[in-house]
Design a protein around this ligand. Structure first.
Ligand code: FAD
Length: 583
């Protein structure tokens, strides 16, 4: 049964359509709009208002080598990133990131970015975990907010960029291996429309809401990842989920690594500093996987504290030694967050923190230009896996990746579009999607509450795919997710057409189930410990068997492996042979 209004409408064809308006999507839009003398007609589709994308909450910094004359070097940034990735990052891609980043920092500056300053007036940088030089470029502790503001402002200068804000993309349209456009629900009217375009870029961000304790906004669900996956793009290295050491109790809001970089220390229940046991040299500024494992080990050994209200175990992050003045100047955002959300002033009292889901190293499989295996389709930012982050991302490298691959994919997509004619989204594809969304979900008659399904997925992921993992734990979570997928949750209680977030939430839950299965199936298969994937039953890294990228390929038919077929691809090693990591 189709809704009133009948057939899907088609918006006039654009040259390039970008799904997502975070740092990656906006940077891509600007580049696509200015390539080829600004001839490309660019569209940005975003389920939120653009400035509400999760990128606005990036706090601590964006990595780039700005001061080679003072001792930093491109080579050092490359090596730190390779080491941080536990040798799973592709070294040619990492090299490209590092080489392109300094220009991005100055480009943002020219567009109006208010970078924090050193005393001599030049751009300031701070330490971040896993680096050999303080190269996180920052604007207080509100880096993402200012970067987004700068990019969004710049977008408004281009009359060839059209924003579709609060449009929820539901599917990609791919015909004979070529991208044709997408379908999207206009939230304001509840109408499903198709948008044809010659080229597409998925920039839908990470999927941290697969876990209950997460630093992410509630909108960070794997919609774009699942759309690409369904359309035939493999998901790469999905088992690598980053847990940031310092999620604030009880909300999970991030306390930036910048807090430790500026002098914050981690303490056990008795006030003893413990990182010396785990990373004698780098201490609190070891890479995130190392610090998160240390915290969990301390908690398991009975040296943590318990928050009775939330039930969470935690350790203390002590910023009292930094000095009130410096906290107010450089960490004003997290001080405000701690006071508002936990009632604690970190200038006076240590903060309760525990590891929190913070980043997806995995994502849509793309090559070094951000291109997927679907012709005319690119992916950039956290939704993509290039891969520069390998098994563990270094802080400040993600906003950097969004800028660099936003720029690269924007240019690539615009150039590709310039050579192509328009081919509108076929009406049958749009009708099939209308049937799926309206007949299948809006008018669906499922008896299971989709929000219970969402909570159960989160619980399964919290339990089976957290900081430490085991064969039994992952297998149990996988069984749960597969069973949940079979429940009859596809329905919608809200009968209204306008702003029906109940309907979009169900679409998000569907995407969560797909991504969760890919994460768990990839994690179960990888019998080694590398970066953020720490298996208690296989505690060592195994370069002979596992120095390779996992690829989860979607299968519409259910087989023995559920809907996932696993394949593998080689890691690109140019200069640095795998070595043991010490911090
Ligand atoms: C709290 C926090 C702090 C961080 N701090 C730092 C930091 O200091 N330095 C650093 O380098 N990294 C940091 N990160 C990581 C970094 O911010 C993110 O990886 C990055 O901003 C992701 O940007 P993105 O452009 O890929 O997507 P996002 O900013 O996540 O945006 C996703 C976009 O996709 C759109 N979208 C999603 N689904 C749909 C759909 N179905 N239809 C239409 N649109 C859709 C959304 O509307 C949104 O516009 C932090 C992350 C968090 C959560």
């Amino acid at each position: 049964m189709l809704p009133e209004g009948g057939l899907a409408l088609d918006r006039s064809g654009h040259d390039v359509v970008i799904i997502g308006s975070g740092i990656a999507g906006l940077r891509a839009a600007i580049e696509a709009a200015r390539v080829g003398e600004g001839k490309a007609d660019v569209a940005v589709v975003t389920k939120l208002q653009a400035m509400r994308s999760h990128s606005v909450s990036a706090e601590g910094g964006t990595a780039a080598v700005l001061y080679p004359e003072l001792g930093d070097s491109l080579e050092s940034h490359v090596f730190d990133t390779v080491k941080g990735s536990d040798y799973l990052g592709d070294q040619d891609a990492i090299q490209r990131l590092v080489e392109m980043m300094p220009a991005e920092i100055y480009q943002l500056e020219h567009w109006g970015m208010p970078w924090s300053r050193r005393e001599d007036g030049r751009i300031a940088q701070r330490w971040f975990g896993g680096y050999s030089y303080p190269r996180a470029t920052f604007a207080e502790d509100k880096v993402g907010f200012h970067e987004m503001q700068t990019l969004y402002d710049t977008c408004t200068k281009y009359s060839n960029i059209t924003f579709y804000q609060e449009w929820f993309a539901t599917s990609l349209v791919v015909e004979q291996g070529e991208f044709r456009g997408l379908t999207a629900l206009e939230m304001k009217t509840g109408e499903l429309l198709s948008i044809s375009a010659k080229a597409g870029i998925i920039a839908t961000g990470g999927a941290g809401r697969l876990y209950s304790f997460a630093t992410y906004g509630h909108s960070s669900t794997p919609d774009g990842i699942a759309m690409g996956y369904r359309a035939g793009v493999p998901l790469k290295d999905m088992e690598f989920v980053q847990f940031h050491p310092s999620g604030l109790i009880p909300s999970g809001i991030l306390i930036t690594e910048g807090a430790r970089a500026d002098g914050g220390v981690l303490l056990d229940k008795d006030g003893a500093r413990f990182m010396g046991k785990y990373a004698p040299e780098k201490l609190e500024l070891a890479s995130r996987d190392v610090v998160s494992r240390a915290i969990i080990t301390e908690i398991e050994a009975g040296r943590g504290l318990k928050d009775e209200k939330s039930g969470y175990d935690y350790v203390q992050l002590d910023l009292t030694g930094i000095g009130a003045e410096k906290v107010k100047e450089r960490l004003a955002g997290i001080r405000e967050i701690a006071m508002k959300f936990s009632g604690i002033d970190p200038v006076k009292v240590p903060l309760p923190v525990r590891p929190v889901c913070h980043y997806m190293m995995g994502g849509l499989d793309v090559d070094i230009d951000g291109a997927t295996n679907v012709k005319g389709l690119w992916a950039a930012g956290e939704a993509a896996c290039v891969s520069i982050n390998g098994a563990n991302r270094l802080g400040a490298n993600s906003t950097a990746e969004c800028l660099v691959w936003g720029r690269i994919t924007g240019a690539e997509a615009a150039r590709y579009a310039a050579r192509r004619g328009v081919s509108p989204v076929p009406a049958e594809a749009a009708r099939a999607e209308e049937k799926r969304v309206f007949d299948g979900i809006f008018h669906g008659r499922g008896g299971t509450n989709p929000y219970d399904v969402r909570d159960s997925v989160q619980r399964a992921m919290d339990k089976g795919a957290f900081v430490y993992r085991t064969e039994d734990g992952i297998a149990e979570a996988l069984r749960t997710v597969r069973a949940l997928r079979k429940t009859d949750f596809l329905h919608c209680d809200d009968r209204s057409r306008r702003y029906n977030t109940n309907l979009t939430n169900v679409l998000e839950v569907e995407a969560m189930l797909m991504a969760a299965e890919a994460i768990l199936a990839s994690a179960l298969a990888r019998r080694e410990s590398r970066g953020a994937h720490a298996r208690r039953d296989y505690p060592r890294r195994d370069d002979v068997g596992w120095l390779r990228h996992s690829l989860a390929v979607f299968s519409a038919e259910e087989t023995e492996g559920g809907h996932v077929n696993l394949a593998y691809s080689p890691v690109k090693i140019t200069k640095y042979q795998p070595a043991e990591r010490h911090y």
